[in-house]
Structures are given as C-alpha cells and as structure tokens.
Design a protein around this ligand. Structure first.
Ligand code: SAM
Ligand code: SF4
Ligand code: F3S
Length: 445
C-alpha cells in the first residue's frame, strides 16, 4: 500500500460527452486541492483515472480494453486504476470484482474524488473503493461544484442541470445520471459572474436537455437564464448544449437574436427522419415539428449553423424509414451531423426490441449517411468563403507554431496567423478558403 507522504501524480483520460469533460475538470481540481499533482503522461502517473461513457456498448468495451492493456503495462501494480463516470455508475461492482478497477467513483462524486483517493491510500490494506450508490444522486447539487480554475482560463463549462427525464427509449443516460435536477439560477449566475471576474470570456451552459431547465424546480425558464448569462459583463460568448426539439421554443430563438454574444451554432438532435421511428424512440416530436423549428431559426436568425445527432438501424427501421432520414438530411442541410449505429443498452425501454437488420447492413446505412452528410458539410463550409467571422482563438494549430486555431460564432474551426497572446481573444477573420475540413482565414481586426 502506498503512503501519502510523497506527492502522488495523476492522469485523467476522458471519454463521452461535454458533461464528462466538465466532471474531469472538477476531478482535477479536487485532486490538486488534496495534494496530488498532474503527471507528465499516463506511463509515469501513480493514479490513472478513466472518466467513462456508457452510451454505446462500443464506448464501454474500448475503455475496458484500454484499462486491461494499462494493467499489463504496469505489471508491478504501481499504478492505481480509477474508473469514474457513467460506466462506473452502471457496472461499478463488476469492475471491482473483476479487478479491472481499484477505485470506482460515480459521476456525481467527481468533486469528492481527491478525498476518496486520499482515504484509500491511507487505509492500510484496503484493496478497493466503491462509491456509486444511486442514493448519492440526492447530494449532487453541491455548491462546491462551482469552483474557479481548470484547464482553460477563458472557456468554462457551466453545468446547469444534472440528469434527464426524457427517457428516449434507446438511451442509458437517465439510468446512470438520474432524473432532471436544475441548479438554482442565482447560484449559476453568481458563478458565471465569478468566472468572468477571473478572466473567463466564453462559457458553455451544459445539460442533457438544457431547454428543460427549471421545469423541475419552478425556477426561470431556460431562455431567460440564457439571456441573463449573456448579459453578464465580460462574457463574450455563451454556448449551450444540448437542446431538444420538443422543448426548443421561440423564447430561445428570441434570446439568441437579442444577444450578439450567444452562439449561433445550434445543436438540435433529430435522431431519425421517420415519424414511426421517432415515436418508438419516444422523442415527443415529428419531422414536421422539427422542420418548423428550422424554418423559424432560418427566418429569425439568418446567419446560424445547425448540427444534429442521428441514429441508424434502430430496431425495426425499414429501408424506407432509413431513406426518410437521408431525405431529411438532404432537405435540412445540417452543417454537421454526429451519426451513430444503434447500440442496444440493457435497462433501456428499447433493449427488448428485436434488431431487424444485420450489423453489416447497419454499418452500410451508417456509411451511406456519413457520405451524404460529408458532402453537405463541405458545401456549407464553402459558403463561408469571403465572409468575415467573429472568432475566439483557442490554441496553436496542430500543424504549425505560428498559426493558431479558433472557433467562429457558428462553431466552425478556422486557422489563422497568431501567437500565444491571442488565446482567448475575440478577433475578426476574413475566410480565404478551406484546407481539408478546416477554414483558413486572415485577421482583419
Ligand atoms: N442529451 C443529448 C441528446 O438528447 O441528444 C445527448 C444524448 S447522448 C449522450 C448523445 C447521442 O448519442 C444521442 O443524441 C444519440 O444520437 C446517441 N445515442 C444515445 N444512445 C444511443 C444508443 N443506444 N445507440 C446509438 N446511439 C445512441
Ligand atoms: Fe438520452 Fe433523450 Fe435524455 Fe438525451 S434527451 S440524454 S437522448 S434520454
Ligand atoms: Fe456518455 Fe454519460 Fe455523457 S453515458 S454521453 S458520458 S452522460
């Protein structure tokens, strides 16, 4: 058993959604506050933390095989393996019993992880630690979640809700993250003010369905919160993720058009173009409802980008129903689509439904959809050429040290000239062309 006298180092690998990225920042902070330091790389770390995702079987299998090969690489048992996040919540006991993890920490225990690991190290002879009880959900609104610091000084994640109660029939998230809980708006807005005073310029409001904010607690509706967040001095861009077509209302579009600093990149998962499949998915809208929202966004905002999530091969999806998804993609012309092959998840309402197409057919449909969307994405990128885009510079370009990468207000990546001093700055860039899938531009201000 290790002693805690010497400083221990940690390395976090994050899988899954933005909520996990945000939780990883909380873990990092909690570990630092408890005397741990960041390791240079995974090989030299004393503690390796996998912040995991359960949304698809493939996502879980990938992490398990990564952990197994890490265990082999660290055959002297020097490294402590911690599994955090949604897979920890779903199958934590199995991970401990099979010696895949030494410590398992559910998604809402991220702020306490430093203390857990310290106790683990101090408990002579202890071999494992498990904290993923469903009851722990009750303690998940914790003022300590709101802490200043993290990976990037100018961009901060701001979690506004935990959990989800939409029960889309394919989705494991409500099972691993529990019911919807909205954080109090006064606490959220106070936190954003604090972040701004500490140099944050850009925030992303996070929730599984942010549009449902306040519906559990009677707090202000989402579009009002969005407007208040955008009005906080010093905040130059507000992003929000994820929206849901059944709850995306006119108030949100109005808030975006009234506040120039709310991102015009809207992520609105469609999932399928077939009304029959949408119904079995329990999504609560039909394709024409979705089209109505897109028409309104188009009319009110003009300049915007739209991204989506699509699932192919849901149980019972016929060729005609898949074609309906292709036609929807052609007519809506998304800037980007995240496309997934349906993965049955035990415990979800769709799990008992019999899969009706082979894996090969599912993958063939996925590729057909990807190819269609790729062409549309490229055409939409080309439409940006010669326009001037408001861009926040994030970091050096991967390919060169005298070029920097930023994100436009429509969430397109753009490469331009710049230095480290530009990180976090808002600049105006004229788009000159495209290289690969990336816009290239020249700074004009
Ligand atoms: N709350 C967000 C939403 O409603 O879109 C994110 C949900 S999930 C974390 C992200 C995406 O994964 C979903 O939009 C859906 O397209 C996909 N997904 C979820 N469960 C899936 C499953 N069982 N198989 C395939 N894709 C799935
Ligand atoms: Fe899952 Fe649906 Fe909730 Fe998104 S809205 S997290 S897809 S149940
Ligand atoms: Fe995955 Fe959990 Fe997010 S299942 S997508 S990490 S909420």
């Amino acid at each position: 058993m290790m002693s805690t006298d010497v400083k221990k180092t940690f390395f976090i690998e994050t899988f899954g959604c933005q909520m996990n990225k945000s939780d990883s920042e909380l873990m990092s902070l909690s570990l630092s506050q408890n005397g741990f330091t960041t390791a240079a790389d995974v090989d030299t770390a004393d503690i390796v933390i996998y912040n995991t995702c359960s949304v698809r079987e493939h996502a879980e299998n990938r992490v398990i095989s990564r952990i197994r090969s890490r265990r082999r690489a660290a055959s002297d048992e020097r490294q402590i393996i911690v599994v955090a996040g949604c897979m920890a919540q779903r199958i934590g006991i199995v991970l401990i019993e099979n010696k895949i993890a030494d410590i398992v920490v559910g998604p809402y225990q991220s702020p306490g992880i430093g203390r857990f690991i310290r106790n683990y190290l101090d408990s002579a002879g202890g071999r494992s630690f498990l904290s993923q009880e469903m009851d722990d959900f009750s303690g998940r609104i914790n003022p300590g979640l709101y802490t200043i610091g993290g990976d990037s000084a100018w961009h901060r994640w701001v979690t506004i809700t935990h959990g989800c109660e939409n029960n889309c029939s394919y989705c494991i998230v409500p099972r691993v993250r529990g019911d919807l809980i909205s954080f109090p708006s006064a606490q959220i807005l106070g936190y954003i003010r604090g972040l701004s005073e500490h140099g944050a310029k850009e925030i992303t409001l996070l929730g599984q369905n942010v549009n449902q904010y306040g519906t559990d607690s009677g707090d202000m509706p989402f579009h009002v919160l969005l407007g208040h967040a955008a009005a906080i001095p010093g905040i130059e861009r507000v992003n929000f993720l994820t929206s849901h077509p059944k709850d995306f209302n006119d108030g949100i579009i109005r808030a975006i058009s009234e506040h120039g600093n709310i991102s015009r990149s809207i992520h609105l998962p469609l999932q399928s173009g077939s009304d029959r499949i949408l119904k079995i998915m329990n999504r609560g809208y039909q394709l024409r409802d979705y089209m109505t929202i897109v028409e309104k966004i188009d009319r009110e905002l003009g300049n915007y980008s739209l991204s989506t999530d699509l699932i192919v091969g849901f149980p019972g999806e016929s060729r005609d129903e898949f074609d309906a998804t292709l036609r929807a993609v052609e007519s809506i012309r998304f800037d980007e689509a995240f496309t997934y092959a349906y993965s049955p998840r035990e415990g979800t309402p769709a799990f008992p439904l019999k899969e009706t197409i082979s894996r090969r057919e599912k993958i063939a449909r996925l590729q057909e959809l990807i190819a269609l969307q790729r062409g549309i994405s490229r055409l939409k990128l080309k439409e940006r050429i010669d326009l001037v885009e408001e861009t926040i510079i994030e970091r050096f370009s991967k390919k060169s040290d005298d070029r920097v990468m930023g994100r436009t207000n429509l969430n397109h990546i753009v490469i331009t000239e710049g230095t480290e001093d530009d990180f976090g700055k808002k600049v105006m860039i004229k788009i000159d062309g495209i290289r690969g899938n990336t816009l290239q531009g020249t700074r004009i201000a």
